[in-house]
Design a protein around this ligand. Structure first.
Ligand SMILES: Cc1ncc(COP(=O)(O)O)c(C=O)c1O
Length: 391
């Protein structure tokens, strides 16, 4: 059997840190450990039934059994435009300012393929969602991590980026509400981002995956709400988290027409859009009452309150968690993020994501998912407490 040699591009792909972690969790499960998985980012609740019903109806429509239009159905792009108007009071031209994607993971990789050449730099949040790295490595470009530190409320400090990096930078990835820190961005930060992006001609990609999940009465800001945002970038929005549709693989980008055009061009070569029924049901989700979204955010907020207060009472420190569905816990003294995660799994069966898997500045933290029931989180808090008390 020939063991075929892969391309250099494939060899450059970073290790899938989290796939390795899951293998480890499975080993513990097989050994009979009573494990609790708080390490992954999969929404735990079903898709609201009116969206499922819409897909069922659409599945019977022969129009959707044929190839869909390459760039997606007009009705879906119009629904996206209407959603941005309704939710954020932002005008989006459905013809030139929307690209449909089979999940934002895909789009985020494609954006690097669209805009980076070897030698170019992409500015990435550190810690950050690891899929930003994949596209950058594949095209042989360089990554410049922007540390997200507690003292800066987990926003990058643009003054720390050197002149040469700004000159070589072509893309910047941002993500608020943030995975993994739970931080949110304010208007002042986005304004500064636009100024820097204009000055250095860097394309901003704002990953708004957790746009619907803000706490304490604060609705997360869309980057598109800022004046000039469309001049310098796009916002990537996924159906996965807002509507518990992670398995459906539907997302879209809105904003700068030249970026949208590039995304549609690369997708002409990879895909033929996505199944029309998915587009129909996604349009239903965007245009219907958003009550299910409000309820979802409330559920995550209750879980956050339960987890954070329980952990603080047990003597841990959790960073303020203002959005997304993650809590960012500082590991106790004497541990690295990996050694803490390892010992916790070994002694309590709790599986959390070591911060270092999200980048060097994630060292000293672990990420805990709020995508678990209150009962599970209560159980987790008591295991965290036992772990601490044994020391
Ligand atoms: C920050 C962030 N961006 C993007 C994604 C990918 O979302 P999807 O590919 O389901 O659209 C995730 C998923 O966990 C995420 O956490």
């Amino acid at each position: 059997m020939v063991n075929f040699e892969t391309s250099q591009a494939l060899k450059r792909l970073p290790d899938q840190f989290f796939a390795t972690l899951i293998d480890k969790l499975n080993v513990y499960k097989e050994r009979g450990y009573d494990t609790l998985n708080l390490g992954q980012g999969n929404p735990d609740q079903p898709t609201p039934s009116h969206i499922v019903e819409s897909l069922k109806d659409a599945a019977e429509n022969p129009e959707y059994h044929m190839y869909p239009p390459f760039h997606g159905f007009e009705f879906f792009k119009e629904a996206i435009s209407e959603f941005y108007k309704k939710e954020y009071d932002v005008e989006i031209d459905p013809k030139t300012e929307v690209a449909i994607m089979p999940g934002s993971k895909t789009g985020l990789v494609e954006l690097s393929q669209c805009f980076l050449d070897p030698g170019d730099i992409a500015l990435v949040p550190d810690p950050g969602y690891p899929d930003y790295w994949s596209g950058i490595e594949m095209v042989g470009a360089e990554m410049k991590p922007m540390p997200l530190l507690s003292e800066n409320e987990f926003l990058p400090d643009y003054d720390m980026i050197d002149k040469e990096s700004w000159e070589k930078a072509k893309l910047m990835f941002l993500n608020y509400p943030n995975n993994p820190t739970g931080a949110v961005a304010d208007a002042e930060f986005f304004e500064r981002t636009i100024q820097e992006a204009e000055k250095h001609e860097v394309c901003v990609v704002h990953d708004f995956a957790y746009g619907a999940i803000g706490f304490d009465g604060q609705k997360p800001l869309s980057f598109m709400q800022m004046e000039g945002a469309k001049d310098v970038g796009v916002e990537v929005y996924t159906m996965s988290k807002t509507y518990n549709m992670a398995g459906w693989r539907v997302a879209f980008a809105v904003g700068n027409p030249s970026v949208i055009k590039a995304l549609e061009l690369i997708q002409d070569h990879y895909f033929c859009s996505i199944f029309g029924g998915l587009q129909k049901a996604s349009a239903t989700a965007l245009l219907s009452s958003q009550q299910c979204v409000t309820e979802l955010a409330d559920t995550y907020e209750r879980r956050r309150d339960l987890l954070v207060s329980g952990l603080e009472e047990a003597g841990y420190h959790v960073e303020p968690c203002k959005g997304s569905f993650f809590a960012w816990l500082r590991v106790p003294e004497g541990y690295t993020s990996q050694s803490f995660a390892d010992d916790l799994l070994e002694e309590t069966g709790l599986f959390v994501a070591p911060g270092v898997g999200f980048g060097a500045s994630g060292e000293g933290y672990v990420r805990i998912g709020l995508n678990n029931s209150e009962e599970t989180l209560k159980d987790a808090v008591s295991r965290f407490r036992d772990f601490k008390e044994k020391r």
